[in-house]
Design a protein around this ligand. Structure first.
Ligand code: FES
Length: 152
């Protein structure tokens, strides 16, 4: 828990900084492990239930292990009518997982959302924090290759 203690120190053990603290923890683990949240709860004297309610409120936080790269497909109306379901199918085929799951090599987690607020760019796929607008089935392979290369 040394890394976690360092994060708490950087935030002066202030419970009002819990969102930033959770954000920093997630950068290390790619998700928020239960034992770490229990530790943070004890150290900040903040009820675990309060930490969980924050962690579940914000979509950016994950309580389940996540892959190195988070692939988010927008399934909102604008993206849907411009081909998002076919893009999602292609991603599921290529990664061998369904939405909400992580690949066996822990490289990718696939998920869907409803509207990212950038409908003019529909259909959109976001990998980590990078937006890929006007995407298509044909662009999926190229897109994944960019991130697959990074692991080598
Ligand atoms: S519907 Fe996809 S960004 Fe709005």
């Amino acid at each position: 828990m040394k890394k976690i203690e360092n994060i708490l120190k950087q935030h002066d053990h202030r419970k009002e900084r819990i969102i930033q603290i959770l954000n920093d923890i997630q950068k290390i683990h790619n998700y928020l492990p239960k034992d770490v949240l229990q530790y943070v709860s004890r150290r900040l004297k903040l009820p675990l239930s309060e930490i969980y309610s924050i962690a579940t409120f914000y979509a950016a936080f994950s309580l389940k292990p996540r892959g190195k790269h988070l692939v988010t497909v927008c399934m909102g109306t604008a993206c849907h009518v411009r081909g998002a379901p076919a893009v999602l199918n292609r991603l599921e085929d290529r990664l061998g997982v369904t939405s909400g799951s992580t690949t066996q090599d822990n490289q990718f987690t696939l998920k869907t959302v409803n509207c990212l607020g950038a409908c003019a760019l529909a259909p959109i796929v976001v990998v980590d924090e990078e937006y890929h607008g006007q995407t298509s089935v044909n662009k999926v392979d190229r897109l994944l290759k960019t991130y697959e290369k990074e692991k080598n």
